[in-house]
Design a binder for this molecule. Structure first.
Ligand code: AMP
Ligand code: GLY
Length: 426
């Protein structure tokens, strides 16, 4: 089979790594890919949003199956276009990708189907938003409805900050994404990410994970795309995971099918584990980055038949095996990220770091220039490791980090702390 993987992050490197091991593959292409993916696939320099060009490429290379990594092309309808052209595609249609594309849509779906989530109101103007926010206890959560590259959520700690957040959103700071605003009650608890494949009818739970969204040690500082992750997440016990499927994932899949817009792909639920049980914070219509990296390290089975079965509506025939080991990933980012950072600095030492037992390195923002590996993005490398438990995986990952010579980069030093605290209290 000829495969086309779309994306260029650590998530896509991990997917490429997993797919490359499949005996079903003849040729793996990735658009646009990165320097790490180039070791496993033929990279083609086409942007993930250039859907016409991607489609022309897929036709020319007789692609049998396409796998879409990021949300933006899915929300823009890439799966609909590919399928209409006869190319089997893993990823939801534009209408199903609304689960990530519109926060207001998801909130209404939750209420209509008794799916536990924070109390909220959809607001089309600032006055309505401020009036509803005033009825909630602090902090108040203010969200732009549409895709805002992970920046469209403000947790306002004071009344003044709430008003300012509402005015910022309606003032156009997030463009069209902020034309509608959702005001939400703040949920207390520990966050976790839960992943499931679905063919629109059946649900196949993958595994749970936790990421670290804040840039600095101790979970402080600005939000990022994710500075590290681990799986399994001890907070997601088998009982809670089963509960999440029954009360959140399956009702969502059923509701999407009933609306005539079945959801096919991977459903990523961001959850808050509250005193009253797990509640949905948000959905994503793709794998998490960096959560995907740790899931792929733990997956023993061939990923490709599972993705194809989801596309073909026969997910009930699939059974996936997982390693009982824990996997952890430390993100190395360019100094300055998530703000401004310099591009083009050289990275050395990867081949040494890779030799640490259990370690696998996935690239995010890298390129080869004149035979040198250089950083080209905010998040640049994922230093991943498998271990007996999260602590063991953490030790190995940081042993590898220490071997990387990249003065222009940084990482957090406490990835996994919540899970390790739990392991120690056992
Ligand atoms: P989102 O972009 O929806 O993932 O939101 C970004 C982050 O904001 C989440 O990962 C949570 O940490 C936080 N957040 C969003 N909604 C809530 C809520 N209702 N209560 C508490 N935290 C929230
Ligand atoms: N790591 C969170 C995300 O992929 O959205």
């Amino acid at each position: 089979m000829n495969l086309l993987l779309i994306g260029s992050g650590g998530r896509e490197h991990a997917l490429a790594w997993s797919l490359a091991a499949s005996p079903l593959i003849t040729k793996l292409y990735c658009a646009p890919g990165n320097a790490g993916i180039a070791e496993l696939a033929e990279c083609v320099p086409i942007d993930v949003m250039a859907i016409d060009r991607l489609l022309a490429f897929a036709r020319e290379k007789r692609i049998d199956f396409a796998i879409i990594g990021p949300e933006a092309p899915l929300v823009a309808g890439i799966a609909d276009r590919f399928e209409a052209a006869g190319i089997k595609t893993f990823g939801p249609s534009a209408k199903a990708a609304m689960l990530e594309g519109s926060k207001a849509f998801v909130k209404d779906l939750c209420i209509e189907n008794n799916i536990p989530t924070a109390a909220y109101k959809r607001c089309q103007d600032a006055e309505t938003a401020k009036a509803y926010a005033a009825t909630l206890a602090l902090p108040v959560v203010v969200k732009a409805d549409g895709l805002a590259q992970g920046k469209g959520v403000i947790i306002a700690e004071t009344r003044e900050a709430t008003i300012e957040a509402i005015d910022t959103m309606f003032g156009g700071a997030f463009g069209a994404a902020g034309q509608e605003v959702v005001i939400e009650e703040f949920l207390e608890g520990e966050e976790a990410s839960f992943f499931a494949l679905t063919d629109g009818v059946h649900v196949l739970p993958l595994a749970g994970a936790q990421d670290h969204k804040r840039v600095s040690d101790g979970d402080v500082g600005p939000n990022t795309g994710g500075m590290g992750a681990y799986s399994p997440a001890p907070v997601l016990t088998p009982e809670l995971s089963a509960d999440i499927v029954t009360r959140i994932i399956q009702p969502t899949v059923d509701a999407m099918r009933a609306r005539g817009t079945p959801y096919v792909g991977v459903l990523f639920a961001g959850l808050m584990m509250t005193q009253e049980g797990p509640k949905l914070i948000e959905y994503n219509c793709r794998f998490g980055d960096p959560e995907c990296q740790v899931l792929m390290l733990r997956l023993k089975s061939d990923l490709l038949p599972a993705l194809m079965a989801a596309r073909d509506g026969i997910l009930d025939t699939v059974d996936l095996r997982w390693r009982s080991d824990a996997a952890l990933t430390v993100v190395m980012a360019s100094r300055g990220y998530p703000g401004n950072y310099e591009k083009g600095s050289e990275i050395r030492g990867l081949s040494e770091a890779r030799k640490v037992a259990g370690v696998e390195i996935f690239h995010a923002g890298t390129e080869m220039r004149d035979g040198k590996l250089v950083a080209t993005g905010g998040r640049v490398l994922n230093i991943c490791a498998l271990g007996r438990d999260v602590r063991d995986a953490q030790l190995r990952a940081y042993e590898a980090v220490a071997l990387i010579d990249w003065p222009a980069g940084f990482c957090r030093h406490d990835i996994g702390w919540r899970a390790i605290a739990r392991e120690h209290s056992k």
